[in-house]
Design a protein around this ligand. Structure first.
Ligand code: KIV
Ligand code: ZN
Length: 530
């Protein structure tokens, strides 16, 4: 195993660079608003990631604002903003992150001939000059500068090494080697690092980083190979979300490093007990459902169906399990409240789950808890988490489902009525029929609000097991080139569906308004000139 002489205290510590809010947010259909991004960033800090790539500030005022709020409010991790190797991008990135405790600018330019010829339409000399100028400009603002030669794994290694050496000469502190299109293999990526050290010995003076996409399902394996070859930063995303097939999944690489520490002696700073909660939060807010068989965080990741396995685990867990569900926080169902539990018990339980809820938010959560506890024998930690994540959002400016009624049966066409409360307090109502009761409710909401949006996705999942389980519904809507999701939780999946639809619609209207404001801002900037 080769190990780079990196400029960090512990050569065996692998830094986790989370890009859920940047590369992850670029996944088709995901569009998080600022408060959702801040909520995820706060949870990433609790999870113990070393770096949060909070966004790509130059792309829109909305992205800029989210990165800036994260930089101002999240303590602990380094906060990083992405920038192409262009002055305007780097300025925007710095302006967004400069208030962070530990800011970092991440700048990139492609080194593959495919990108140079067909995408950038310039030359290798332009790339060298662009990388030099970009790192020097970033360095004039910020001590911590990361440089990425995009599409590195399909590029000429010698040329990439030359560009990386230029970046180091200009003061880059981290060199990241992206497998942008998920093309490499573990052996090849490992050799790539060996060659890089050979062609550019200064790579041993900085931290090397891996950034692997999952187009061939190798993102985690490739990242691991890069780490064994000397990289000490892994760029990854919760639930593996990201461009196309996604990025290396944070929970998988973190547990791989932990479970196989015996073979490599490496560690991360991840508080693994926060993994399951972070995964659920990202899934809920992005609308990206975690497959049941997903490694580490899937709901079946620790379930044993075969009699032989069940028998073995009952006798001795290690017979068929390589890690314990408690290690990744999948045991949180131990907290249970009932319909007689009071406000104090709820506050205590929420604190154990990591939610500090007081005042109006506690009253709101308690009201919702009582509604659910009246219908459910026991309210578990997972139920509480689902309710509170829904109720704690600031909905003062949001549309809400006020009521719904539906009549359906095998012998009649479903008919629904729904009322939607606007931020002004006014309630608008509408009626509709549909092929099924859910479609009829969605139609009634559309009639009430006078909006038409395409239903892109609809998912229902049970929060826990049992026939009185809470149903959690995710709805993804699209209109005006804007996509938004919403979630709803209830013991009644029709009610959860209605809530989810109204929230998605409300987020969609916000998204469209922000986009229109961004576009008119961009027009103004064009008119005003540089
Ligand atoms: O995949 C990629 O190359 C990237 C870069 C911006 C690092 O996301
Ligand atoms: Zn990427």
């Amino acid at each position: 195993m080769t190990s780079s002489t990196v400029n960090n205290d512990d050569a065996n510590r692998v830094h986790i660079f989370d890009t859920t809010l940047r590369d992850g947010e670029q996944s088709p259909g995901i569009s998080l608003n600022t408060s959702e991004k801040v909520e995820i960033a706060q949870q990433l800090a609790r999870l113990g990631v070393d770096v949060i790539e909070a966004g790509f500030p130059v792309t829109s005022p909305g992205d800029f604002e989210a990165v800036q709020q994260i930089a101002r409010s999240v303590e602990g991790p380094t906060i990083c903003g992405l920038a192409r190797a262009q002055k305007g991008d780097i300025d925007a990135s710095w302006n967004a992150i400069q208030d962070a405790e530990r800011p970092r600018i991440h700048t990139f330019i492609s080194t593959s001939d495919i990108h140079i010829e067909h995408q950038m339409r310039n030359t290798r000399d332009d790339v060298k000059a662009g990388a030099r100028a970009a790192v020097a400009h970033a360095k004039s603002f910020c001590e911590d500068v990361e440089f990425s030669p995009m599409d590195a794994t399909r590029a000429d290694i010698e040329f990439t090494a030359e560009v990386c050496a230029i970046a180091v000469e200009e003061g880059a502190t981290v060199i990241n080697i992206p497998d942008t299109v998920g093309y490499t293999t573990p052996e090849e990526y490992s050799r790539y690092f060996e060659k890089l050290y050979e062609f550019a010995p200064s790579m041993r003076d900085v931290e090397l980083s891996v950034h692997c996409h999952d187009d061939l399902g190798l993102a985690v394996a490739n990242s691991y190979a890069g780490v064994l070859a000397g990289a000490r930063q892994v760029e990854c995303a919760i639930n593996g979300i990201g461009e196309r097939a996604g990025n290396c999944s944070l929970e998988e690489i973190a547990m791989l490093i932990r479970v196989r520490e015996d073979t490599h002696g490496l560690t991360t700073g991840i508080n693994t007990r926060e993994i399951a909660r972070t995964s659920r939060m990202v899934s809920r807010l992005t609308g990206y459902v975690v497959p049941p068989n997903k490694a580490v965080v899937g709901r079946n990741a620790f379930a044993h169906e075969s009699g032989i396995h069940q028998d073995g685990v009952l006798k001795e867990r290690s017979t068929f399990e390589i890690m314990d569900a408690t290690e990744v926080g999948l045991d949180s169902n131990q907290i249970v409240l009932g319909k007689h539990s009071g406000r104090h018990a709820l506050k205590d339980a929420l604190e154990q789950l990591g939610f500090a809820v007081d005042g109006g938010a506690l009253n709101q959560a308690f009201k919702r808890f009582k509604e659910i506890a009246d219908k459910k024998k026991q309210v578990t930690a997972l139920d509480l988490e689902a309710i509170v994540s829904e109720e704690m959002r600031d909905r003062t400016e949001a549309h809400e489902l006020d009521f719904f009624r539906v009549e359906a049966g095998s012998d009649r066409e479903p008919q629904a009525a729904a009322g939607v409360r606007l931020p002004s307090g006014e309630v608008l109502s509408g009626e509709s029929t549909g092929d099924g009761p859910v479609e009829a409710i969605f139609g009634a909401i559309q009639k009430a609000t006078g909006t038409g949006a395409e239903l892109r996705e609809y998912h229902v999942a049970a929060v826990t097991g049992g026939d009185d389980a809470l149903g959690q519904v995710t709805v993804v809507l699209r209109a005006d080139d804007t996509t938004a999701s919403g979630q709803g939780v209830s013991t009644d999946i029709l009610e959860a569906s209605g809530r989810a639809y109204v929230r998605a619609l409300s987020n969609l209207l916000d998204g469209i308004a922000i986009k229109q404001a961004d576009e008119s801002g961009a027009d103004d900037a064009e008119i005003a000139g540089p």
